[in-house]
Design a protein around this ligand. Structure first.
Ligand SMILES: CC(=O)N[C@H]1[C@@H](OP(=O)(O)OP(=O)(O)OC[C@H]2O[C@@H](n3ccc(=O)[nH]c3=O)[C@H](O)[C@@H]2O)O[C@H](CO)[C@@H](O)[C@@H]1O[C@H](C)C(=O)N[C@@H](C)C(=O)N[C@H](CCC(=O)O)C(=O)O
Ligand SMILES: Nc1ncnc2c1ncn2[C@@H]1O[C@H](COP(=O)(O)OP(=O)(O)OP(=O)(O)O)[C@@H](O)[C@H]1O
Ligand SMILES: N[C@H](CCC[C@H](N)C(=O)O)C(=O)O
Ligand SMILES: [Mg+2]
Length: 483
């Protein structure tokens, strides 16, 4: 594609060089340049992409999109100066792939918890309603049956447009995607046209990146601020910040609620180990998902499907058959009836919801043993809070590792221990090795006791110092139960 076509609608401050040159790739990493690449220089959290302009040119880049020109401009290279290169890369990526988001119905889901659950349920629901669909999620990306591994909850803007383009070519009508706060802040969704946006909830997470809760709210709100007039914006009326999210949106506003007034009203009638019985806008339905928090996810899915024009009864009939995505409240039973639950709760709010659900479900003298850790190089403020919640709602807690990344596992555990009160110390074990921690939990559990292994859910690796080794909580729990 010609560079001039790629730059269509990009607010350009200045150009040096010619724009009628052929571009075959857009790339923001100087290590991945091919011949005739447009290199986009982005200031990052670790380094500034502007430092790699020279290297990108040496590797074959013929055009550079940047926020400041290098001191020396090279002949035959075109430099385009813009205010925000990440944002402009999103627009260029859209142009490069023919703006696929305009030709499909793209629905985004944002919020601290519940994005994967809602996006995946919508994907499965709409496929069963007879549409070809795509999914961009933390667990995996999917084009109908084809699975494309995902590296992020929301990929970069070039990858998103590439995936959307493939989805469009394969005939997808609907695409459901997670929109992380990182993605909004880093302009990964710039230039996309959404048909709808859904807000789940906002509680503490990612303050390592956003620094303040206020910034975190603003990042999520940024998604609704960019929705067009034609889109719907569906919020959770029971979340303190549900209204704030839609304050400045041009989209048509709707809400769902279990406790307040809303367009989509739900009431939990019963919640057991086999599912939820709910009243949804006056219709009584059984769902296979467990826990009050999933009542919110189901209502959001129901609301979005109605807003997309589907028949209420059809939606509820199919939804009642759907299962949660992998690693979300997944149960593993031992032969002697010890109960294992693997759940992706990796925020204080999620852990509290899951443990409260377990508390409501357990009978009489069933003990609850929680195995939990906190990620390295992530929000440190979550650590004591998660340990505190685990202690308050469990009989035994085993603090362990969850992707320590480049931090010392013991340092993370020390941060968690700060949330354990003196009286709670006696029920807390600290076992750095997650495999050993799970084994210990299985040993301590008696028949019918419940073991919650929280934080990693579907993940199949443990990231230690940048090396990802195979590790799967479900597998480990299964083995520990057989030992
Ligand atoms: C904090 C964060 O999100 N960082 C992402 C970001 O990296 P960065 O801005 O820090 O990049 P950097 O290393 O400072 O480099 C700046 C620029 O220089 C370029 N560069 C760098 C080195 C070089 O030799 N040449 C070169 O051109 C880089 O390509 C980049 O464009 O851009 C990279 C490329 O897209 C991402 O891989 C990287 O994700 C890291 C790995 C990450 O862990 N991200 C997590 C926190 C994340 O995004 N999570 C969210 C939310 C999770 C959820 O709650 O679900 C997600 O959406 O997944
Ligand atoms: N609506 C909800 N409210 C609160 N907690 C929830 C909700 N839905 C799911 N959870 C909890 O959060 C965990 C993660 O759920 P899910 O993967 O759907 O969230 P996510 O927003 O996609 O997370 P991530 O930010 O990692 O992508 C679940 O395992 C469960 O413990
Ligand atoms: N999307 C979240 C996932 C956290 C999952 C947990 N297992 C961890 O590694 O901290 C993040 O990147 O912060
Ligand atoms: Mg997710």
């Amino acid at each position: 594609m010609l560079l001039s076509e790629l730059l269509y609608t990009i607010p350009i401050k200045s150009v040096s060089g010619i724009t009628d040159i052929e571009i075959s790739k857009i790339e923001f990493d100087s290590r991945k340049i091919e011949l005739n690449t447009l290199f986009v220089a982005i200031p990052g959290t670790q380094v500034d992409g502007h430092n790699f302009i020279q290297k990108a040119i040496e590797s074959g880049a013929t055009a550079v999109l940047c926020e400041r020109f290098p001191e020396v401009l090279i002949d035959n290279i075109t430099y385009i100066l813009v205010e925000n290169s990440a944002k402009c890369m999103g627009i260029a990526a859209g142009n490069f792939y023919g703006n696929p988001s305009r030709n499909i119905t793209l629905v985004g889901v944002t919020g601290t918890n519940g994005k994967t659950s809602i996006a995946t349920l919508l994907f499965n629901l709409f496929r069963k309603l007879g549409y070809k669909c795509g999914l961009l999620s933390t667990v995996q990306n999917q084009v109908e049956d084809e699975v494309i591994p995902s590296t992020h909850t929301t990929p970069d803007s070039v990858k998103i447009n590439e995936l959307l383009s493939t989805m469009q070519q394969k005939g997808c009508i609907y695409v459901f995607m997670e929109v992380s706060s990182h993605a909004v802040e880093m302009q990964r969704i710039a230039g996309l046209t959404f048909a709808g946006g859904i807000f789940t909830n906002i509680t503490q997470d990612h303050l390592d990146f956003h620094l303040t809760f206020d910034n975190y709210i603003k990042a999520k709100k940024g998604f609704f601020d960019m929705l067009p007039k034609t889109a719907f914006a569906l919020t959770n009326a029971d979340d303190k910040n549900g209204k704030v999210m839609l304050q400045n949106t041009a989209a048509t506003k709707y809400s769902y609620s279990l406790k307040n007034i809303g367009n989509f009203k739900g009431k939990v009638m019963d919640c057991g180990l086999f599912g939820l019985q709910m009243d949804v806008n006056g219709q009584e339905v059984w769902f296979k998902l467990i826990g009050n928090f999933n009542a919110y996810n189901l209502l959001a899915v129901y609301g979005a499907a109605v807003l997309l024009g589907e028949n209420s009864e059809n939606i509820l009939t199919i939804l009642s058959e759907l299962k949660p995505p992998p690693g979300r409240f997944e149960q593993i039973l031992a032969a002697d009836r010890r109960v294992g639950i693997v759940d992706y709760a990796h925020t204080p709010d999620a852990l509290q919801n899951v443990l409260e659900t377990i508390k409501d479900l357990r009978e009489g003298n069933q003990k609850v043993i929680t195995v939990v850790g906190c990620g390295g190089n992530r929000d440190k403020g979550k650590r004591p809070l998660m340990a505190k919640i685990a202690c308050e709602l469990s009989d035994i807690v085993i603090l362990t590792s969850d992707n320590p990344r480049n931090e010392e596992p013991e340092d993370i555990l020390a941060d968690m221990q700060a949330g354990v009160s003196i009286t709670q110390k006696r029920k807390v074990f600290q076992i750095t090795d997650r495999r050993e921690a799970i084994k210990k939990a299985a040993e301590l559990a008696g028949s019918q006791d419940i073991i919650l292994v929280a934080g990693k859910g579907h993940e199949t690796y443990q990231d230690v110092k940048g090396v990802k080794s195979h590790f799967d909580d479900k597998e480990e729990l299964g083995l520990a139960f057989k030992a």
